[in-house]
Design a protein around this ligand. Structure first.
Ligand SMILES: [Zn+2]
Length: 266
């Protein structure tokens, strides 16, 4: 390689790194990226609502990457770092309504089903709130499946006209059996066949960045297994509360669902 191609390659690499760096989005369901200073020798720590948040290097300093809850109040959030309180202004964002019709058995549950859903919630919450202290060089994700990515995050949902919790992920249209790949390296935190989510995988990418895959036809990984970005983890299906085959893709920071569109590489 001559000097000129080396320079070009370097420039290209710089450009790509810049393009793939997720940008902040200061709204409910968005991400705040806050400068918290620090030194070359050690990463500072930061918390939000008493929980640790992801900290990584950006430019010459450190940033806290904070998931903003969908039910966050408009106004100011407080991030704590190094004994300081850092206020972050959140803007309003109105999410649309979505009305879906599913089998009545998925809307009104009997006691046994409620008990089952409660147990499953514990497994999912444990995986979502795990904080694995590893060094993070970024938070961007590759698309887990090929397919049209809907802007369905945050929709205020009604199932058979009954209000239910907002849609905490992105639905990606793909046919039954389409392979799903890990969007970056991680550990398999949980798997299961859950009432609403059907066959499900949770991947822990470190420092509270967790991804969720629901309604699969097949799970190809086991709890505790490490995966590299691009490894096949399962296949698209239509298990659980669905109206047809698709991947429900959830992305979480500090235990809170954030819009996957912010993290996905273009
Ligand atoms: Zn979904």
């Amino acid at each position: 390689m001559n000097e000129r191609t080396t320079l070009l390659a370097g420039l290209l690499l710089l450009t790509c790194t810049y393009v793939f760096a997720a940008q902040q989005s200061l709204r409910p369901g968005g991400i705040a990226i806050i400068d918290i200073g620090g030194t070359d020798t050690g990463a500072p720590t930061a918390t939000f609502n008493g929980k640790p948040v992801l900290v990584m290097r950006r430019d010459n300093g450190w940033v806290a990457v904070v998931g903003i809850p969908l039910d966050a109040e408009i106004g100011s959030l407080l991030i704590h770092s190094g004994g300081e309180e850092i206020p972050v202004q959140i803007s309003d964002h109105s999410y649309r309504e979505q009305r879906l019709t599913v089998e009545p058995g998925y809307v009104t549950l009997n006691e046994e089903q409620l008990e089952r859903v409660g147990q499953e919630r514990k497994i999912i919450d444990a995986a979502l709130t795990d904080f694995r202290e590893i060094r993070m060089d970024g938070i961007s994700l590759a698309a887990p499946v090929d397919g049209p990515q809907s802007s369905s995050f945050g929709l205020r949902r009604f199932f058979n006209d009954q209000p239910r919790s907002p849609h905490k992920g992105m639905d990606i249209a793909a046919s039954n059996g389409t392979p799903i790949v890990a969007p970056r390296e991680g550990l398999v935190a949980a798997t299961g066949n859950f009432f609403f989510n059907g066959n499900t995988i949770l991947l822990d990418h470190g420092q509270g960045l967790v991804t969720l895959y629901c309604h699969l036809s097949e799970i190809s990984v086991e709890v505790g297994q490490s995966v590299a970005g691009g490894d096949v983890i399962g296949a698209v299906g239509a298990t659980g509360r669905v109206t047809g085959p698709h991947l429900h893709f959830g992305t979480y920071l500090n235990g809170t669902a954030v819009d996957p569109a912010i993290l996905l590489r273009p």
